[in-house]
Design a protein around this ligand. Structure first.
Ligand code: ADP
Ligand code: ASP
Ligand code: MG
Length: 419
């Protein structure tokens, strides 16, 4: 079985959905499982709904309306008339969303977030699956929440591999085209959970692992994995073949073309990952597989914006040692701050972190009791894998470098004056 993942960019409008059909015609669709994300920027639009809901804003109705209008437009463009049963199916999903918004009693932000944001994927897969059927490709729509089981760590749930494996091996049918949602799972009580933003690539890897799939292909708006994000670097070039190791490093440092959790399950079973263009599906793209050395060691650039650089120093000039460091890390973990760079001296300790859940303020209150805390917000972290002088110069030019760290293969530079 092959697993294909179509992300938000590939299904952002009717044209995109028609293109998925064309891709399937070209590359085959028997014995395939499609993992599909919410259309375009729907997840962001649903985040606005969530915000309006919690703010008790009068804009709530119109933010829901926006999401409805966007999908309706796509439906009207795809189907000749509104007699197709997909209209009823999508309407019913919006009714469920509205029911939740009027009846929910839980004040738990992360729980509510997952219950709402999941409609993006439920709607996109419903539309896509009906469209394929309409065009003569029979699909089996499956609700991923009956397959991927997780803990109740809403917005960043961890997979329960044992029950997930059992559900998938037992209940996914082979030899047909399955369509399911990326990003979602469900907990013990069958409440919806999500795997972290951009988590649909990971969903594809979970299914591939549990199905012993032949390969995973993630279809992108770029030709494959490049040595830099082509949005920011004019001369980015395609990497034809990379090892799991290199891909993990790139994704870990923030190359958003692959979600970092995707590689591990695939590497464990040596399932190849192809990153290909949904615009030119017959081109080779990038293949990530076992043992292939990175081709000519091209410097690879990764940019992470909106980072927070925190420097802790001891108040009484005592050393910052293992004991304090482990305590500091436990706190970062507890407050869900993702550490992207660490540097320490005898009496100070600096980290570049991402505060996705907006927790730094609360953490700072605790840290300030023990350390002198300095921090700079909105800094940019550049990582260069396989750096050389030219590459370093490219990054540093015209910027204020506030921290730099070099290891054999990787250079990391934090700058403060970048947008
Ligand atoms: P999806 O639609 O699957 O969610 P994303 O938008 O998350 O796709 O990922 C594709 C984008 O990743 C590209 O449009 C590109 O701007 C960005 N990107 C970041 N780093 C790289 C890289 N090293 N190679 C290719 N694309 C990259
Ligand atoms: N729709 C989700 C997001 O935008 C998951 C994904 O696209 O991978 O984060
Ligand atoms: Mg994405």
């Amino acid at each position: 079985m092959r697993v294909f993942k179509f992300g938000g960019a590939s299904v952002k409008d009717a044209e995109g959905i028609r293109n998925v059909y064309d891709v399937l015609q070209k590359v085959g669709f028997e014995d395939v499982l499609l993992v599909v994300s919410a259309m375009g920027k729907t997840t962001n639009a649903l985040e606005v709904v969530i915000k309006d809901y919690f703010d008790k804003s009068s804009a709530l109705q119109s933010s829901v309306q926006e999401v409805k209008k966007y999908h309706n437009q796509i439906l009207l463009d795809l189907f000749e008339n509104d007699k197709n049963e997909v209209f009823v199916a999508v309407k019913s999903l919006f009714s469920d969303l509205e029911y939740f918004l009027t009846h929910n009693k839980s004040p738990n932000y992360n729980f509510v977030y997952d219950q709402i944001v999941s409609f993006g994927e439920l709607i996109s897969t419903t539309i896509l699956s009906h469209y394929m059927n309409f065009m003569g490709i029979q699909t089996q729509w499956i609700d991923v929440r009956n397959f991927i089981k997780t803990n109740s760590n809403y917005r960043d749930a961890e997979v329960d591999w044992v029950s997930t494996q059992k559900n998938i091996s037992k209940n996914v049918k082979r030899k047909i085209l399955n369509v399911t949602q990326g990003f979602l799972g469900s907990d013990e009580n069958n409440f919806t959970t999500t795997l972290g933003r951009e988590g649909s690539d990971y969903t594809a890897a979970i299914f591939a692992y549990c199905l012993n799939a032949e390969s995973v292909t993630i279809w992108k708006d770029v030709p494959g994995v490049m040595n830099a994000d082509p949005r920011y670097f004019e001369n980015a070039s395609l990497l034809n073949q990379i090892s799991y190791r290199e891909a993990i490093e790139l994704a870990f440092y923030g190359a958003t073309v692959i979600h970092p959790k995707t590689l591990q399950p695939l590497q464990k079973k040596e399932i190849p990952l192809y990153v290909k263009s949904f615009i030119n599906p017959l081109l080779k793209g990038t293949s990530v597989s076992k043992g292939v050395a990175l081709e000519p060691f091209l410097p690879c650039f990764i940019v992470k914006r909106n980072q927070l650089l925190i420097s802790l120093s001891s108040i009484d000039f005592s050393f910052i040692m293992e004991e304090n460091i482990s305590e500091i890390f436990a706190l970062f973990h507890q407050f869900k701050l993702k550490v992207n760079l660490i540097q320490n001296t005898a009496i100070s300790f600096s980290v570049c972190v991402e505060d996705k859940f907006d927790n730094f303020k609360s953490l700072n209150t605790i840290l300030s009791k023990k350390f002198k805390v300095d921090f700079s917000e909105n800094v940019t972290l550049y990582t260069i894998r396989h750096f050389d002088d030219m590459a370093t110069q490219t990054v540093e030019q015209g910027k204020k470098v506030i921290l730099k760290q070099v290891s054999t293969e990787t250079m990391q530079i934090v700058t403060s004056d970048d947008k």
